[in-house]
Design a binder for this molecule. Sequence first.
Ligand code: FAD
Length: 444
Amino acid sequence: MAEYLEERRGNYTGEADAVVLPANSSEVASVVKICADSNIPIVPQGGNTGLCGGAVSKTGQIILNLRRLNRITDVDPINDTMTVEAGCILADIQQAASNIERYFPLSLGAEGSCQIGGNLSTNAGGINVLRYGNAREQVLGLQAVLPDGQIWSDLNELRKNNTGYDLRNLLVGSEGTLGIITAAVLKLYPQPRQVETAFVALKDLDSCLELLTAARIDSGGTLSSFELIPKLGIELAEKHVPGCRNPLSTSSDWHIIMVYSSAANGTDLRLALENTLANALDNEIISDAVISASETQTTQIWKIREGLVEAQQMAGERYTYDVSVKISQVPEFIERAGMLAQSKMTGIRPYAFGHVGDGNIHLSLFQPDDVDGTVFRARLPEFDELIFNLVHEYGGSFSAEHGIGLLKLEEMSSYKDPAGLSVMRAIKQAVDPFNIMNPGKVLP
Ligand SMILES: Cc1cc2nc3c(=O)[nH]c(=O)nc-3n(C[C@H](O)[C@H](O)[C@H](O)COP(=O)(O)OP(=O)(O)OC[C@H]3O[C@@H](n4cnc5c(N)ncnc54)[C@H](O)[C@@H]3O)c2cc1C
């Protein structure tokens, strides 16, 4: 059972009485009925790539992994929809859309192993949110097995469906605490014919806002990614991940990967991007930039983005935060968080990157060279308080895209609006009165 029990970041040790691998929604329902009758808690699991411990189980519980529900059951180019089972791997869904010249925009580093059921259950974000929205925005219909074993089937392909409480949106983002998603109808989009990718050196961090504003206007709504990359990120990726190389020869503290993409014929996106960058150079918002000239170069640019995440794991102990603030506050937040952390521990190295085009910052604080690992680990609660209080002061979110799982239960108690939390508890009690569906997750 090891592969199902392992927790990616090593924060939790998983145990379970059994791992079950049903093959279809009826089998999922049968398992859930048995568990409901015998009061056996179930931990639903997809690709097990989640970063908050939501798919971690313990003794006395079972893991129900969806990997065998991996069929794409319908692809409909007239309605621009695709019906998939929950265990389909995200990259396979993207490929199936591309096979009919459509586009499924959800895209994230774990796309080769995460499952669409997991993406919907965590309301995943990723690199295209500023143009297409989160996972929540990609789904029209849903099928799920409820905690009493009933199958709720609403696999509709409707763009308008205004019929009372929205159970689909209740299940999306519920991290397996209200039911097990078994299938979904997804929205498809025209496949971009032009994709122009630039790697840009910013004059300073504040300039990212001016560049973003210009890009939104100049691109005519075709800006699809706007990712922040720190200098330290490039250095770590180059050091630890083979094949990562800074595409620019100049040096800067902050960089942006930005993408204009469109399915339109007859527009020249490259020219639009060149204009944005030329103006930004003239106005001293940026100091250097390169627009990718080939697919190989585009891959190299994105390799830096993926490499800096991978490299973090090899660069020593760190505290990590997935938070969001208003887009306009991103630079100020990053600077204040870094300064506060450094004033608490000399030598700590802040490392901020992420989907800043939608206000999502992944902040890591790296262990100073002269502080022992055990001492560093022990001080985590102090830094959690520091960063989450700062997020709260900005009216931001203590979990931007990764969810709550086991990791953020304390923050749910401290920062979530009490009225909202009590409604969430009432919903959980109504849908899962015996608390067998992923107990102990999301709700403190
Ligand atoms: C390298 C890397 C990069 C990442 N990048 C991003 C990113 O950019 N944006 C982002 O949002 N996340 C990111 N993640 C986090 C993770 O990939 C996402 O949260 C993903 O959506 C989880 O999908 P999964 O199938 O692995 O779910 P799992 O990890 O298996 O489960 C996650 C949660 O969903 C529940 N669950 C899973 N399947 C179902 C189901 N069928 N029905 C009900 N509940 C279910 C589980 O119980 C658990 O609570 C990244 C992770 C890695 C390792």
